[in-house]
Each structure stands twice: as structure tokens, then as C-alpha cells.
Design a protein around this ligand. Sequence first.
Ligand code: KIV
Length: 285
Amino acid sequence: MSTETKTIRKLTVPEFRARKGGEPLVVLTAYSAPVAAHLAPHVDALLVGDSLGMVLYGMDSTLPVTLDIMIAHTRAVRRGAPGTLVITDLPFGSYQVSSQQAFETSARVLAEGGADAVKLEGGVEMAETIAFLSERGVPVMGHVGLMPQRIAQMGSFRAQGRDAEAAARIMVDAQEVARAGAFSVVVEGVLEPVAVAVTRAIDIPTIGIGASPACDGQVLVSDDLFGLFDRFTPKFVRRYAEIGAEIGLAAEKFAADVRARSFPSERECFAAPKAVTPPAKNRAS
Ligand code: KIV
């Protein structure tokens, strides 16, 4: 894999939307400033996903993630990648009550966090909210198919759209999200033909995760891609690195050096200053 970095000018929301059917859009999740800085030259957008609840905080689901947590991580990502399109997930319970609640939450994410856009889960039932936000200047990315915030209802992280009725529901969800004014939609964990059909049917970019290469772009949870999250690895994840193993190795070497008293070395210590001889005129006679 090439390590060459290229500087990509910040993509605007209209430019992101205009990539429908064009060069595939590359999106990765980021939660911290240094990781965002490493990823920024290679992606079209960074997603501050509420997946951080599971991969950073060790939660069992994304449900306990709060708005304050999302804002704090959005700020960090914005600092690390000031020139990149940043999209932030609205956490569970922060937008489903009403369009007004969704607007107030989004306003905080944009104003305090510095995000360019928000993402929210839901189809037909969220269309009114998406329209309300879009008409008031909040760019919205939708999220249909497998929706992790509905894990209790869905029962598992199994791929969705397994029968004609379920596939048709995902199609209608995506169409309504697009019609409501979303600039893009994540299609997660659906049977491949469903993702292909949805991508053909709507005029905004579909960003696939566990979906299809035919989607207009792809997103992955970066900790999965790094080989940093080991609790489970979904079938759709491709691990491009084994950073978790590297971290373990580094800790093992450090521990061995400490126990052998070979760390710190002389070079890694601050030597005592050399004795200073006062100038002759100041000396007591
Ligand atoms: O929370 C997240 O990281 C997401 C992606 C998996 C799309 O929603």
C-alpha cells in the first residue's frame, strides 16, 4: 500500500452530493485529533460515528453515548483535520422526539463541535425531521438498513432485507430520506442486491458498509480497519493493519526494558548541569 499522502481540498456538502455515480467517496470514522490528522489526506470525509461508544469506550452498544461525548470528539477531530468534511452522528435519544429537538441537537454539533453535517438513523419516520433540518441549513446524512441504535428492536447485527417485504421497506426508507433533502445516505448491513437497487433508485450518494461495491462510496469504522477492535469483527470488515498487535508488542518491549533497568538510558535522562565557575571580578578577594 502506498504511504504517499496527497492534500485534498475540503469537499463541501454540495460537492460530496454531486459525486453521485462518480468517483467512489471514501469515508472513515475518526474520534481523536491525531487519528483524524493521519486519515485526512486519504479520505473525502471523516465520520465521528457513535460507534465510538463501542470501540473507544467499551460499551456494549451505541445507546449510552451522549451528546456531550459526541461534541467533545467532534471538536478533537475538527482540530486534527481542519480542512476535511466532518460529519457527526446524532446520538440515541437526542433527535427522535421532535424536529425541534433534532434541530437543537444539530445546532450544538455544528456550532460547538465544528462539524459540517450531521448523520441520523431512520427512514420514512425520520423524513419530516430531515426536511426540517435541511430547510434550516443543517446538512443531513441519512442511515438506513441495519441501524445500530435500534439493536434492541432488531435483535442482532444480522444483515437486513432478507425477504421481499424487508427489502422493499429499505428501498422506501432510502427514497424518503433522499426526498426529504438528505445529501447522502449510509446503507448498512443489507443484502448486496438491495444496496445495488437502492443506489440505482435514488439521486443522492449511497455510502455502503456491509452493502455493495456498487454503492457511491464506502465507510468503515477505522478501529476495525486498523485491527484495533477485537471484541468482534463483522464479516464486511477488511483489516488493513494489525495496530492492536503492534501496541501489545510495544508494551511488551517497554516492560522488558524497565525490568532489565535498560530504560531509561543515559541519553534519555537529564544530566546534572556542569559546575559553573564565577567570573574573576565577582570573586571575593
Ligand atoms: O457509528 C458509526 O461509526 C457509523 C458507521 C458504521 C456508518 O454509523
